[in-house]
Ligand binder design. Structure first.
Ligand SMILES: C[C@@](CO)(OP(=O)(O)O)[C@H](O)COP(=O)(O)OP(=O)(O)OC[C@H]1O[C@@H](n2ccc(N)nc2=O)[C@H](O)[C@@H]1O
Ligand SMILES: Nc1ncnc2c1ncn2[C@@H]1O[C@H](COP(=O)(O)OP(=O)(O)O)[C@@H](O)[C@H]1O
Length: 272
């Protein structure tokens, strides 16, 4: 029986500009996305009797029925599979856990069966195409326009989620304005200092409405910014996960130690 194992990394939106809104209500975005070396793990095998088992430290509350994005991904490919999903990422957290799981299943089933992935998986979620690309990229449109970005410096980060789920649609609805300024052009082959300098001039436009919905996100950002060596603290996606950037793995690891609180999920990671 054909089997496959896959890693579904956390997606981090280093920037997220909301620059407009389509007639169907979806928002136009510009985002620099990178992927962390922390994530979910998936094992799957082709089978006549499809099934899903959700395990892992963050598995609680993740749907086990047909609404789970890994099942929807198998359905989209028209393939029956037995899937085990080991959750390490918090759900509904702005780091694309479900989207990354879906993308990993799409890629695994494409490789096992030779079938193409319909429409980059966009029908499963706006974040699925960038997760399918799986490497640093500029994401535009509602997420369907993905351009890989080469030559970014090594980045180390801490990811912090305060244990509150923030529904993506509700945060978009809370935006004061939909047509915010576009991102500045990314400098060519930036070193760490140049990339941080550029990032500081960009934004996550969803930060403000997310903090209004869940004020603890503001506390997380302050706590990250106060850690030794933190070059930038920002929210990812629609939250509530926030990240801090550091020049070294040692600083990111020390920050993760400092940021431990009851109910907070904290991970040090490398971004690429
Ligand atoms: C905001 C982002 C940024 O990367 O990340 P997350 O916070 O989800 O991680 C994504 O665009 C989210 O992608 P994804 O989570 O796949 O979104 P979807 O399931 O397609 O959409 C959930 C809801 O968010 C709103 N939505 C989503 C994407 C978009 N470009 N405009 C929107 O207005 C819509 O109300 C939609 O019903
Ligand atoms: N495999 C999955 N992992 C996590 N959540 C999932 C999954 N499949 C479906 N969901 C549902 O999708 C919603 C969004 O989850 P997720 O993709 O992790 O968040 P976000 O889009 O904020 O990064 C959750 O509320 C959860 O109920």
């Amino acid at each position: 029986m054909a089997t496959s194992k896959a890693f579904a990394p956390a997606k981090v939106n280093l920037t997220l500009h909301v620059t407009g809104q389509r007639e169907d209500g979806y928002h136009l975005l510009e985002s620099l996305v990178m992927f962390a070396d922390v994530g979910d793990r998936i094992a799957l095998s082709l089978s006549d009797t499809p099934s899903l088992s959700v395990t892992g430290p963050m598995g609680q509350g993740v749907p086990t029925g047909p609404e789970n994005l890994v099942i929807r991904a198998a359905d989209l490919m028209g393939v029956a599979a037995e899937i085990t999903l080991e959750k390490h990422l918090p759900a509904a957290a702005g780091i694309g856990g479900g989207s990354s799981d879906a993308a990993a299943v799409l890629a695994a089933l494409r490789d096992l069966t030779g079938k193409p992935v319909p429409d980059q998986g966009l029908s499963l979620g706006a974040d699925v195409p960038v997760c399918l690309a799986g490497k640093a990229a500029m994401m535009r449109g509602i997420g369907e326009d993905v351009t890989p970005v080469e030559d970014l410096p090594e980045l180390h980060c801490v990811l912090v989620n305060p244990g509150v789920a923030v529904p993506t649609g509700a945060v978009f609805k809370g935006l004061a304005r939909k047509n915010n300024p576009a991102m500045d052009p990314l400098p060519a082959q930036p070193g760490f200092g140049a990339l941080i300098g550029w990032l500081k001039l960009q934004r996550n436009d969803l930060e403000k409405p997310a903090i209004a919905a869940q004020p603890v996100i503001g506390e997380v950002l302050e706590a990250i910014a106060a850690t030794q060596g933190c070059a930038l603290a920002r929210m990812s996606g629609s939250g509530a996960t926030c990240f801090g950037l550091y020049a070294s793995a040692a600083e990111a690891k020390a920050a993760a130690g400092e940021l431990q609180r009851d109910g907070w999920w904290v991970a040090a990671a490398r971004l690429s």
